[in-house]
Write a protein of this length. Sequence first.
Length: 237
Amino acid sequence: MLPLFVCPSPLLLPSPSKLKEAIVVVIDILRATTSICACLHNGAMGIIPLETVAEALLFKRQEYLIAGERNGYKIEGFDFGNSPSEFSPERVKGKKIAMATTNGTRAIRKAQKAHQVIAGAFSNFSMLCNYLRNQNRPLYLLCAGWQNEVALEDMFFAGALCHALVDAFSLEQDAAHIARQIYLNESEKQNLLLKASHLKRLHNFQKQNDIQLCFAKDIYPTLPYLNKQGEIISLLV
Ligand code: MLT
């Protein structure tokens, strides 16, 4: 069986040479990859993942809508923050978006030398699993985390993927077994996830609706992947 690796932090992503034949699934449950799924599912033409606010403001001049946050707060002058519910069909259908988030879009850019980079979230869980099991490629699950620290919700999702794909991939390292164990402790899911620092941060920002959307399974069934032009679009499968 092909190997499946979990990178709990972008700091642990292997060198580009090791990724060139692999698929990297970028995970940022709260909220970047959930928002990316919402955006594309609701009809956006594409999303440019960016590292800095300055880059995004340059895209604004090129008629892009710009989205993003810093430390969870919407950025002054941006069209969107990073709540999945903001990316409604009325606002994004047919539009091109440039997105700069604290961790998620940076993780996507860091993985860009992989054979393929896909955004994963609970929103596209089933579609993602069905796709990954048929690609016959090594798999890296890259948790965006928070400022290079491990995020519990990202590891929980990585564990859910490990568990769902355990018959199709060989879990190659301790991080994959740890992630799967975190998920298998699902009986304490509520308590477990209430410990997540970013979940508490968003809760304090009154983003309860975001949290609900970010843990809702298969609500935005699409496969966002980074194309050769550096744009995230929906993979037609
Ligand atoms: C991130 O990039 O870490 C998240 O998107 C942060 C957020 O949306 O609050």
